[in-house]
Design a protein. Structure first.
Length: 482
């Protein structure tokens, strides 16, 4: 009987949740119609009032129950329209959102929202509820509360619907802000390669020039309060959004006015791993106070550091805006091989509740979106910066003594002038590691005495190459369509 139960559980764990689902989308507008944009935000803060239903926080260790809410969590949405094409973007204050859930959200969107394509990204916040399953009370039990996961899915639908209803004539300006990562983020794994710059799409009303909102892209793990924190928080992502919208207050006085509107923060190349660890001292640019030990004030300082670089750019009257924006999207379902034995075991145990398209084959998705001279690569995991910008090494001690496979880098393949990478987009496959830097067995990379962190949280050594190849094909489609 036990054997029957184990086999039955395996069939459930590795079931294809959406048989026949195979996204292969191509939509385009020529930009002759005026741009329209809408924004919305829906709260996804968990309810902590019932001690019998603990909220398990994700991202560090098991058995980390939330004790209070420091600040709210949100699903922030925008809808962008040009002619007959409407693209929706949602960013969740969440650890990750599986492709199954992204499909469920799309299937529940009302027809009158008229959305051609939707991408749902997670900030990968480590002080938010477990909605993936790996961070419950122990290694044998999921941390997912189905009611909370449903709250997040519903918030995506509501946010997109509200953003579509809020569409107004708009203009957009693009910004690429050079940033020194010192005092903000560290790369904890060799080779040291950052994706440090901030990229911004700034949307204003077509007639009055008032800020409607923005999309901000940068790369860093939101784990600033670190692993002992038990308070729900949106981390630096929330403090950045607050500063952009409401300004910066110091001793009860507004020292820097905000822009108004609703702003999305999207995480980018966080593999490596990019983090504001306890080794990084962050100085608040407005108060002058410095923070090394993990705290919410350190998170605020980091968010305001980013805001101090963005606000002057968005307030500069010399930015070039346009309301004639070609809008194009290419998206494709892909199959990614699952080699991680721990993830396989988690599937058998019911911790990772996601569909498969075959034995050890995960359904996932890639996309490339073109908004005028901005291009977005939607990546379903935590990609290493060297795959995005270049700098992959044939690492001494690696398991595969081969030349770099994931070349040329993704940004080199992308069309457009300002090139965004949306990490954890429509899925979370874990770390996407260059194969020539993959290291599971001794000898270890660069003469280290232990295996590096990353491989245990990756679906496998070929995942990065699979995703890069799929993105390459989509980028080529975009170039040929222009």
């Amino acid at each position: 009987m036990l054997l029957v139960l184990i086999v039955a559980r395996g069939f459930v764990a590795f079931k294809d949740r959406f048989p026949g689902y195979n996204l292969d989308l191509q939509v385009a507008s020529d930009g002759s119609a005026p741009l329209r944009v809408g924004f919305s935000r829906v709260k996804i803060t968990p309810d902590l009032s019932d001690p019998k239903r603990p909220v398990w926080l994700a991202g560090f260790d098991q058995h980390r129950a939330a004790t209070r809410v420091n600040d709210d969590l949100w699903a922030t949405a925008t809808v962008i329209e040009s002619g007959s094409v409407r693209i929706g973007i949602v960013v969740l204050d969440a650890i990750g959102f599986f492709n199954d859930d992204a499909i469920r959200v799309r299937q529940r969107l009302p027809a009158d929202a008229k959305l051609n394509y939707v991408t749902i990204c997670s900030t990968h916040n480590h002080s938010t509820p477990d909605i993936m399953g790996l961070w419950g009370p122990d290694f044998r039990h999921t941390g997912v509360d189905p009611a909370y996961l449903e709250q997040v899915r519903s918030a995506c639908v509501t946010g997109l619907t509200q953003a579509a209803a809020a569409l107004v004539p708009a203009r957009v300006a693009l910004h690429e802000i050079k940033v020194d990562p010192s005092g903000l983020v560290t790369d904890t794994r060799k080779p040291v390669v950052f994706d440090p710059d901030i990229r911004v799409m700034h949307f204003t009303g077509a007639d009055d020039g008032k800020t409607l909102g923005s999309i901000v892209g940068w790369g860093d793990h939101p784990e600033t309060p670190w692993g002992r924190n038990t308070e729900v928080t949106s981390d630096f992502c929330g403090y950045l959004r607050e500063a952009l919208e409401k300004g910066v207050q110091l001793d009860g006085q507004t020292v820097v006015p905000g822009l108004g509107g609703i702003h999305l923060y999207v995480n980018g190349s966080v593999g490596g791993l990019m983090t504001t660890s306890p080794s990084v001292t962050v100085t608040n640019p407005f108060s002058g106070k410095s923070f090394q030990a993990p705290s919410h004030e350190k998170s605020r300082a980091l968010g305001q550091q980013l805001a101090s670089r963005i606000l002057p750019q968005l307030k500069d009257g010399s930015a070039e805006f346009t309301n004639q924006v070609p809008l194009t999207a290419r998206a494709r379902t892909i199959s990614v091989r699952l080699d991680n034995k721990l993830y396989l075991a988690a599937g058998w145990l019911g911790l990772l509740d996601r569909g498969y398209v075959g034995w050890r084959k995960l359904r996932s998705e890639v996309a490339v979106i073109r908004i005028g001279e901005a291009t977005i690569a939607c990546v379903p995991g935590e990609i290493y910066p060297e795959i995005v910008n270049g700098g992959i090494e044939k690492a001494p001690g690696g398991d595969f003594q081969i030349d770099p496979v994931e070349v040329p880098p993704i940004r080199e393949m992308m069309p457009g002038r300002v090139k965004f990478v949306f990490g954890l987009a429509n899925d979370e496959l874990g770390y996407l590691i260059p194969k020539s830097e993959w290291d599971h067995d001794p000898p270890f990379l660069y003469g280290a005495d232990h295996a590096p962190y990353g491989e245990m949280n990756s679906v496998g050594c070929d995942a990065a190459g699979t995703i890069r190849q799929a993105l390459k094909a989509l980028c080529q489609d975009l170039k040929e369509a222009r």
